[in-house]
Design a protein around this ligand. Structure first.
Ligand code: GUN
Ligand code: ZN
Length: 443
Protein backbone atom coordinates (compact mmCIF):
# COMPACT_ATOMS: atom_id res chain seq x y z
CA UNK A 1 0.00 0.00 0.00
CA UNK A 2 1.48 3.36 -1.02
CA UNK A 3 0.87 4.93 2.40
CA UNK A 4 2.94 2.22 4.10
CA UNK A 5 5.80 2.49 1.60
CA UNK A 6 6.01 6.22 2.23
CA UNK A 7 5.94 5.69 5.99
CA UNK A 8 8.77 3.16 5.99
CA UNK A 9 10.93 5.21 3.61
CA UNK A 10 10.44 8.23 5.86
CA UNK A 11 11.88 6.22 8.75
CA UNK A 12 15.04 5.39 6.80
CA UNK A 13 17.78 7.97 6.59
CA UNK A 14 21.24 7.50 5.14
CA UNK A 15 24.35 9.59 5.81
CA UNK A 16 27.28 9.58 3.42
CA UNK A 17 30.80 10.66 4.43
CA UNK A 18 34.08 9.36 5.83
CA UNK A 19 33.01 7.12 8.72
CA UNK A 20 35.16 6.06 11.68
CA UNK A 21 34.21 3.94 14.67
CA UNK A 22 35.69 1.21 16.87
CA UNK A 23 34.79 -2.42 17.42
CA UNK A 24 37.06 -2.71 20.47
CA UNK A 25 39.87 -1.09 22.41
CA UNK A 26 42.91 -0.14 20.27
CA UNK A 27 45.06 -0.68 23.39
CA UNK A 28 44.17 -4.38 23.14
CA UNK A 29 43.42 -4.88 19.44
CA UNK A 30 45.68 -2.27 17.80
CA UNK A 31 44.48 -1.12 14.38
CA UNK A 32 42.10 -4.12 14.36
CA UNK A 33 39.87 -2.10 16.68
CA UNK A 34 39.23 0.47 13.94
CA UNK A 35 36.41 0.41 11.41
CA UNK A 36 36.95 2.96 8.63
CA UNK A 37 35.10 3.77 5.43
CA UNK A 38 36.78 6.55 3.46
CA UNK A 39 33.51 6.91 1.53
CA UNK A 40 30.86 5.22 3.61
CA UNK A 41 27.16 5.24 4.30
CA UNK A 42 25.45 4.91 7.66
CA UNK A 43 21.84 3.81 7.34
CA UNK A 44 19.47 4.62 10.19
CA UNK A 45 16.01 3.17 10.64
CA UNK A 46 13.74 4.35 13.46
CA UNK A 47 16.68 5.93 15.23
CA UNK A 48 18.89 2.85 15.17
CA UNK A 49 21.77 1.78 12.96
CA UNK A 50 20.38 -0.37 10.16
CA UNK A 51 23.57 -0.72 8.09
CA UNK A 52 27.10 0.58 7.73
CA UNK A 53 29.24 0.02 4.67
CA UNK A 54 31.07 1.39 1.66
CA UNK A 55 28.98 4.01 -0.15
CA UNK A 56 28.42 2.43 -3.54
CA UNK A 57 27.38 -1.00 -2.28
CA UNK A 58 25.27 0.37 0.57
CA UNK A 59 23.45 2.98 -1.52
CA UNK A 60 22.40 0.21 -3.92
CA UNK A 61 20.50 -1.51 -1.10
CA UNK A 62 18.36 1.56 -0.36
CA UNK A 63 14.96 2.22 -1.85
CA UNK A 64 14.98 5.05 -4.36
CA UNK A 65 13.09 7.46 -2.15
CA UNK A 66 15.36 6.99 0.90
CA UNK A 67 16.76 10.33 2.04
CA UNK A 68 20.56 10.51 1.75
CA UNK A 69 22.32 13.35 3.57
CA UNK A 70 25.61 14.13 1.90
CA UNK A 71 28.38 14.71 4.46
CA UNK A 72 31.21 13.98 2.02
CA UNK A 73 34.33 15.93 2.99
CA UNK A 74 33.38 15.50 6.64
CA UNK A 75 33.99 12.78 9.20
CA UNK A 76 31.17 10.87 10.87
CA UNK A 77 32.03 9.41 14.30
CA UNK A 78 29.89 8.07 17.15
CA UNK A 79 28.52 10.72 19.53
CA UNK A 80 30.97 11.67 22.26
CA UNK A 81 30.48 10.33 25.78
CA UNK A 82 31.38 12.61 28.69
CA UNK A 83 31.77 10.32 31.70
CA UNK A 84 32.06 13.01 34.35
CA UNK A 85 30.57 16.49 34.44
CA UNK A 86 28.75 18.81 36.88
CA UNK A 87 25.95 20.65 35.11
CA UNK A 88 25.47 22.92 38.13
CA UNK A 89 29.01 24.25 37.73
CA UNK A 90 28.27 25.70 34.30
CA UNK A 91 28.39 29.28 35.58
CA UNK A 92 31.51 29.05 37.76
CA UNK A 93 33.86 27.56 35.17
CA UNK A 94 37.14 29.53 35.03
CA UNK A 95 37.24 30.48 38.73
CA UNK A 96 40.71 31.65 39.62
CA UNK A 97 43.52 30.63 41.87
CA UNK A 98 42.64 27.67 44.07
CA UNK A 99 43.22 23.95 44.38
CA UNK A 100 40.43 21.48 45.06
CA UNK A 101 39.38 21.97 48.70
CA UNK A 102 39.59 25.76 48.68
CA UNK A 103 38.00 25.87 45.21
CA UNK A 104 35.03 23.86 46.51
CA UNK A 105 34.50 26.23 49.46
CA UNK A 106 35.14 29.46 47.64
CA UNK A 107 33.33 28.88 44.34
CA UNK A 108 31.59 25.53 44.02
CA UNK A 109 29.33 25.30 47.05
CA UNK A 110 28.03 28.89 46.61
CA UNK A 111 27.31 28.17 42.91
CA UNK A 112 25.50 24.95 43.78
CA UNK A 113 23.53 26.64 46.59
CA UNK A 114 21.84 28.77 43.91
CA UNK A 115 20.07 25.64 42.68
CA UNK A 116 17.68 26.00 45.60
CA UNK A 117 15.72 27.97 42.98
CA UNK A 118 14.09 25.50 40.55
CA UNK A 119 13.87 28.20 37.88
CA UNK A 120 17.65 28.66 38.01
CA UNK A 121 18.16 24.89 37.76
CA UNK A 122 15.88 24.75 34.74
CA UNK A 123 17.59 27.64 32.96
CA UNK A 124 21.10 26.21 33.51
CA UNK A 125 19.99 22.71 32.48
CA UNK A 126 18.65 24.05 29.17
CA UNK A 127 21.88 25.92 28.43
CA UNK A 128 24.05 22.99 29.49
CA UNK A 129 22.31 20.37 27.33
CA UNK A 130 22.43 22.70 24.32
CA UNK A 131 26.16 23.14 24.92
CA UNK A 132 26.68 19.37 25.08
CA UNK A 133 25.05 19.02 21.67
CA UNK A 134 27.01 21.94 20.25
CA UNK A 135 30.19 20.10 21.30
CA UNK A 136 29.14 16.75 19.83
CA UNK A 137 28.44 15.13 23.20
CA UNK A 138 25.38 12.90 22.98
CA UNK A 139 25.71 11.05 26.29
CA UNK A 140 26.87 12.31 29.68
CA UNK A 141 27.07 11.19 33.28
CA UNK A 142 26.32 14.29 35.32
CA UNK A 143 26.25 15.47 38.91
CA UNK A 144 23.27 17.68 39.79
CA UNK A 145 23.25 19.36 43.23
CA UNK A 146 21.99 18.35 46.62
CA UNK A 147 18.53 19.70 45.67
CA UNK A 148 16.13 17.05 44.44
CA UNK A 149 14.55 19.29 41.80
CA UNK A 150 18.00 19.94 40.25
CA UNK A 151 17.86 16.34 39.03
CA UNK A 152 14.37 16.80 37.61
CA UNK A 153 15.64 19.86 35.72
CA UNK A 154 18.53 18.08 33.99
CA UNK A 155 16.50 14.95 33.19
CA UNK A 156 13.70 17.07 31.73
CA UNK A 157 16.18 18.99 29.55
CA UNK A 158 17.81 15.76 28.32
CA UNK A 159 14.45 14.12 27.72
CA UNK A 160 13.25 17.02 25.59
CA UNK A 161 16.34 16.49 23.40
CA UNK A 162 16.03 12.66 23.43
CA UNK A 163 19.56 12.48 24.84
CA UNK A 164 21.10 9.67 26.82
CA UNK A 165 21.91 11.01 30.24
CA UNK A 166 22.80 9.55 33.60
CA UNK A 167 22.46 11.92 36.55
CA UNK A 168 21.98 11.95 40.29
CA UNK A 169 21.29 14.07 43.33
CA UNK A 170 24.47 14.96 45.20
CA UNK A 171 24.61 13.33 48.63
CA UNK A 172 26.57 15.21 51.29
CA UNK A 173 25.58 15.30 54.93
CA UNK A 174 28.69 16.68 56.65
CA UNK A 175 31.62 19.06 56.26
CA UNK A 176 29.79 21.35 53.83
CA UNK A 177 27.77 24.58 54.26
CA UNK A 178 24.20 24.10 55.48
CA UNK A 179 22.78 25.45 52.21
CA UNK A 180 24.04 22.38 50.32
CA UNK A 181 23.81 19.77 53.08
CA UNK A 182 21.29 16.94 53.30
CA UNK A 183 20.93 14.21 55.91
CA UNK A 184 21.57 10.51 55.48
CA UNK A 185 17.81 9.90 55.60
CA UNK A 186 16.62 12.72 53.31
CA UNK A 187 19.41 11.89 50.88
CA UNK A 188 18.28 8.29 50.79
CA UNK A 189 14.58 9.16 50.49
CA UNK A 190 15.14 11.73 47.72
CA UNK A 191 17.42 9.38 45.78
CA UNK A 192 14.88 6.57 46.03
CA UNK A 193 12.07 8.80 44.78
CA UNK A 194 14.22 10.05 41.90
CA UNK A 195 15.21 6.51 40.91
CA UNK A 196 11.55 5.55 40.83
CA UNK A 197 10.62 8.63 38.80
CA UNK A 198 13.46 8.59 36.27
CA UNK A 199 15.64 5.49 36.07
CA UNK A 200 15.08 3.64 32.80
CA UNK A 201 12.60 6.24 31.52
CA UNK A 202 13.29 6.94 27.84
CA UNK A 203 17.08 7.22 27.55
CA UNK A 204 17.71 8.27 31.15
CA UNK A 205 19.50 6.49 33.96
CA UNK A 206 20.02 7.30 37.61
CA UNK A 207 23.34 7.42 39.45
CA UNK A 208 23.58 7.30 43.23
CA UNK A 209 25.87 10.29 43.81
CA UNK A 210 27.86 10.59 47.06
CA UNK A 211 29.99 13.67 46.30
CA UNK A 212 33.14 12.22 47.87
CA UNK A 213 33.96 10.31 51.05
CA UNK A 214 34.79 13.27 53.36
CA UNK A 215 31.41 14.97 52.86
CA UNK A 216 29.33 11.90 53.71
CA UNK A 217 28.84 10.25 57.07
CA UNK A 218 29.38 6.52 57.34
CA UNK A 219 25.59 6.18 57.63
CA UNK A 220 25.16 7.99 54.31
CA UNK A 221 27.68 5.75 52.52
CA UNK A 222 25.96 2.74 54.04
CA UNK A 223 22.65 3.92 52.58
CA UNK A 224 24.29 4.40 49.18
CA UNK A 225 25.13 0.69 49.24
CA UNK A 226 21.54 -0.03 50.23
CA UNK A 227 20.19 2.03 47.29
CA UNK A 228 22.39 0.05 44.88
CA UNK A 229 21.21 -3.23 46.36
CA UNK A 230 17.58 -2.24 46.22
CA UNK A 231 17.76 -0.97 42.63
CA UNK A 232 19.83 -3.26 40.41
CA UNK A 233 20.94 -1.51 37.23
CA UNK A 234 21.29 1.90 38.86
CA UNK A 235 24.69 3.60 38.44
CA UNK A 236 27.01 5.23 40.98
CA UNK A 237 29.28 8.25 40.52
CA UNK A 238 31.78 9.85 42.87
CA UNK A 239 35.28 11.29 43.13
CA UNK A 240 38.43 9.62 44.42
CA UNK A 241 42.10 10.43 44.95
CA UNK A 242 42.15 13.70 43.04
CA UNK A 243 44.27 15.92 45.26
CA UNK A 244 46.90 15.21 47.93
CA UNK A 245 45.25 17.36 50.65
CA UNK A 246 41.96 15.62 49.92
CA UNK A 247 43.64 12.21 50.30
CA UNK A 248 45.12 13.30 53.66
CA UNK A 249 41.70 14.57 54.80
CA UNK A 250 40.05 11.22 53.97
CA UNK A 251 42.71 9.42 56.04
CA UNK A 252 41.76 11.65 59.02
CA UNK A 253 38.01 11.22 58.58
CA UNK A 254 38.23 7.45 58.02
CA UNK A 255 41.22 6.43 60.18
CA UNK A 256 40.39 2.73 59.78
CA UNK A 257 40.68 2.78 55.99
CA UNK A 258 43.61 1.22 54.09
CA UNK A 259 43.29 3.87 51.39
CA UNK A 260 40.83 6.46 50.10
CA UNK A 261 39.37 3.98 47.60
CA UNK A 262 39.06 1.43 50.40
CA UNK A 263 36.39 3.62 52.03
CA UNK A 264 34.10 3.14 49.03
CA UNK A 265 35.01 -0.54 48.85
CA UNK A 266 33.99 -0.96 52.50
CA UNK A 267 30.46 0.24 51.72
CA UNK A 268 30.05 -1.90 48.59
CA UNK A 269 30.40 1.08 46.27
CA UNK A 270 33.03 -0.45 43.99
CA UNK A 271 30.96 -2.30 41.45
CA UNK A 272 29.85 -2.46 37.84
CA UNK A 273 28.25 0.81 36.65
CA UNK A 274 30.27 2.81 39.22
CA UNK A 275 32.38 5.65 37.81
CA UNK A 276 35.08 7.35 39.86
CA UNK A 277 36.44 10.66 38.66
CA UNK A 278 40.18 11.44 38.76
CA UNK A 279 41.79 8.29 40.31
CA UNK A 280 45.20 9.99 40.37
CA UNK A 281 46.72 9.16 43.77
CA UNK A 282 46.00 5.43 43.84
CA UNK A 283 48.23 2.43 44.52
CA UNK A 284 48.47 -0.99 42.91
CA UNK A 285 45.99 -2.57 45.33
CA UNK A 286 43.44 0.16 44.60
CA UNK A 287 43.79 -0.47 40.87
CA UNK A 288 43.46 -4.19 41.37
CA UNK A 289 40.19 -3.59 43.29
CA UNK A 290 38.81 -1.37 40.55
CA UNK A 291 39.59 -3.98 37.91
CA UNK A 292 38.19 -6.84 39.98
CA UNK A 293 34.92 -5.04 40.74
CA UNK A 294 34.30 -3.58 37.28
CA UNK A 295 34.30 0.03 38.50
CA UNK A 296 35.43 2.59 35.92
CA UNK A 297 37.75 5.58 35.97
CA UNK A 298 36.96 8.96 34.46
CA UNK A 299 40.14 10.65 33.22
CA UNK A 300 39.49 14.40 33.59
CA UNK A 301 42.54 16.00 32.03
CA UNK A 302 41.52 19.67 31.83
CA UNK A 303 40.32 19.62 35.42
CA UNK A 304 43.44 17.90 36.70
CA UNK A 305 45.61 20.53 35.01
CA UNK A 306 43.42 23.50 35.97
CA UNK A 307 43.17 22.55 39.66
CA UNK A 308 46.80 21.38 39.74
CA UNK A 309 45.70 17.98 40.99
CA UNK A 310 48.23 15.69 39.30
CA UNK A 311 48.70 13.42 36.30
CA UNK A 312 46.37 10.51 35.57
CA UNK A 313 48.29 7.27 34.97
CA UNK A 314 46.61 5.83 31.87
CA UNK A 315 49.26 3.12 31.37
CA UNK A 316 48.69 1.79 34.90
CA UNK A 317 44.92 1.76 34.34
CA UNK A 318 45.40 -0.17 31.10
CA UNK A 319 47.88 -2.59 32.67
CA UNK A 320 45.40 -3.32 35.44
CA UNK A 321 42.58 -3.87 32.93
CA UNK A 322 40.32 -1.08 34.24
CA UNK A 323 37.57 0.58 32.20
CA UNK A 324 38.48 4.19 31.41
CA UNK A 325 36.46 7.03 29.90
CA UNK A 326 37.12 10.74 29.46
CA UNK A 327 35.42 13.43 31.54
CA UNK A 328 35.25 17.18 31.11
CA UNK A 329 34.48 17.75 34.82
CA UNK A 330 33.06 21.23 34.29
CA UNK A 331 33.63 23.52 36.20
CA UNK A 332 36.94 22.12 37.56
CA UNK A 333 37.48 21.34 33.90
CA UNK A 334 37.82 24.15 31.42
CA UNK A 335 35.78 22.99 28.43
CA UNK A 336 32.76 20.91 27.45
CA UNK A 337 34.53 20.01 24.20
CA UNK A 338 35.60 16.38 24.09
CA UNK A 339 38.05 17.27 21.31
CA UNK A 340 39.76 19.75 23.64
CA UNK A 341 39.60 17.12 26.38
CA UNK A 342 41.34 14.57 24.11
CA UNK A 343 44.07 17.12 23.38
CA UNK A 344 44.69 17.77 27.08
CA UNK A 345 44.59 14.03 27.81
CA UNK A 346 47.35 13.59 25.26
CA UNK A 347 49.41 16.29 26.99
CA UNK A 348 48.87 14.73 30.42
CA UNK A 349 50.14 11.43 29.02
CA UNK A 350 53.14 13.23 27.55
CA UNK A 351 53.91 14.77 30.95
CA UNK A 352 53.73 11.29 32.50
CA UNK A 353 56.16 9.88 29.93
CA UNK A 354 53.34 8.00 28.21
CA UNK A 355 51.42 8.40 25.01
CA UNK A 356 47.84 8.53 23.81
CA UNK A 357 47.40 7.62 20.16
CA UNK A 358 44.64 9.34 18.18
CA UNK A 359 42.85 6.00 17.79
CA UNK A 360 43.00 5.45 21.55
CA UNK A 361 41.74 8.99 22.23
CA UNK A 362 38.75 8.69 19.88
CA UNK A 363 38.04 5.24 21.33
CA UNK A 364 38.04 6.63 24.90
CA UNK A 365 35.71 9.46 23.85
CA UNK A 366 33.22 7.05 22.22
CA UNK A 367 33.08 3.28 22.80
CA UNK A 368 35.44 3.42 25.81
CA UNK A 369 33.21 5.98 27.52
CA UNK A 370 30.12 3.92 26.68
CA UNK A 371 31.77 0.81 28.18
CA UNK A 372 32.68 2.77 31.33
CA UNK A 373 29.01 3.62 31.76
CA UNK A 374 27.98 0.05 30.87
CA UNK A 375 26.01 1.46 27.95
CA UNK A 376 28.06 -0.15 25.19
CA UNK A 377 25.23 -2.49 24.25
CA UNK A 378 23.24 0.60 23.22
CA UNK A 379 25.72 3.25 22.08
CA UNK A 380 29.41 3.88 21.38
CA UNK A 381 29.78 2.60 17.80
CA UNK A 382 27.81 1.88 14.65
CA UNK A 383 27.02 -1.78 15.19
CA UNK A 384 23.69 -2.64 13.60
CA UNK A 385 20.89 -2.17 16.13
CA UNK A 386 22.64 0.45 18.24
CA UNK A 387 21.15 3.88 18.83
CA UNK A 388 22.27 6.20 16.04
CA UNK A 389 23.88 9.06 17.94
CA UNK A 390 26.69 10.59 15.91
CA UNK A 391 28.82 13.65 15.30
CA UNK A 392 29.82 15.15 11.96
CA UNK A 393 33.28 16.67 12.23
CA UNK A 394 34.51 19.32 9.83
CA UNK A 395 38.22 18.98 8.96
CA UNK A 396 38.06 22.44 7.38
CA UNK A 397 36.52 24.15 10.42
CA UNK A 398 39.34 26.68 10.74
CA UNK A 399 41.97 27.78 8.21
CA UNK A 400 44.81 26.27 10.20
CA UNK A 401 43.03 22.95 10.76
CA UNK A 402 42.18 22.78 7.04
CA UNK A 403 45.79 23.50 6.12
CA UNK A 404 47.16 20.87 8.49
CA UNK A 405 44.67 18.22 7.37
CA UNK A 406 45.42 18.94 3.72
CA UNK A 407 48.92 17.76 4.47
CA UNK A 408 47.83 14.64 6.38
CA UNK A 409 48.55 11.39 4.59
CA UNK A 410 46.96 8.91 7.01
CA UNK A 411 43.72 8.66 8.98
CA UNK A 412 45.74 8.72 12.21
CA UNK A 413 47.27 12.03 11.24
CA UNK A 414 43.87 13.47 10.38
CA UNK A 415 42.31 12.33 13.66
CA UNK A 416 45.28 13.66 15.59
CA UNK A 417 45.02 17.09 13.95
CA UNK A 418 41.29 17.15 14.72
CA UNK A 419 41.81 16.36 18.39
CA UNK A 420 44.75 18.70 18.89
CA UNK A 421 43.41 21.67 16.90
CA UNK A 422 39.67 21.05 17.06
CA UNK A 423 37.00 22.38 19.39
CA UNK A 424 33.29 23.22 19.09
CA UNK A 425 34.00 24.85 15.72
CA UNK A 426 34.94 21.43 14.32
CA UNK A 427 31.52 20.01 15.25
CA UNK A 428 29.53 20.58 12.08
CA UNK A 429 26.46 18.67 13.27
CA UNK A 430 25.25 16.41 16.05
CA UNK A 431 22.61 13.75 15.47
CA UNK A 432 20.52 12.11 18.16
CA UNK A 433 18.81 8.84 17.16
CA UNK A 434 19.51 9.83 13.56
CA UNK A 435 17.83 13.24 13.80
CA UNK A 436 19.90 16.38 13.56
CA UNK A 437 19.91 18.05 16.98
CA UNK A 438 22.56 20.66 16.23
CA UNK A 439 24.07 22.16 13.13
CA UNK A 440 26.83 24.72 13.23
CA UNK A 441 25.60 28.16 12.26
CA UNK A 442 21.93 27.27 12.77
CA UNK A 443 19.86 26.51 9.63
N1 GUN B 1 35.62 16.51 44.57
C1 GUN B 1 34.47 16.68 45.26
N2 GUN B 1 33.63 17.50 44.61
C2 GUN B 1 34.26 17.87 43.48
C3 GUN B 1 33.89 18.72 42.39
O1 GUN B 1 32.81 19.30 42.33
N3 GUN B 1 34.81 18.84 41.39
C4 GUN B 1 36.00 18.19 41.43
N4 GUN B 1 36.85 18.36 40.42
N5 GUN B 1 36.36 17.40 42.44
C5 GUN B 1 35.50 17.24 43.45
ZN1 ZN C 1 33.84 16.23 39.43
Amino acid sequence: MPAQVTASAANVQAFRGEIVDFVGDPALLGAGALRHHADGVLVVRDGRVAALGPAKATLRTLSQDAVVTDYRGKLIVPGFVDTHVHYAQTDMIASYGAQLLEWLERYTFPAEARFKDPEHAHEVAEFFTDELLRNGTTTAMAFATTHKHSVDAIFEAARRRSMRLIAGKVLMDRNVPKAVRDTAQTGYDDSKALIEAWHGRDRLGYAVTPRFAPTSTERQLDLCGKLLEEHPGVHLQSHVAENKSEVAWVAEVYPWSRSYLDVYDHYGLLCERAVYAHCIHLDAEDRQRMAATGAAMSFCATSNLFLGSGLFDLAAAHAAGIRVGLGTDIGGGTTLSMLRTMAESYKVCQMAGQTLSPLQAFYLATLGGAASLYLDADIGNFDVGKEADFVVLDPAATPHLARRIDRATTLDEKLFALMILGDDRAVHATHILGSRAHVRGGA
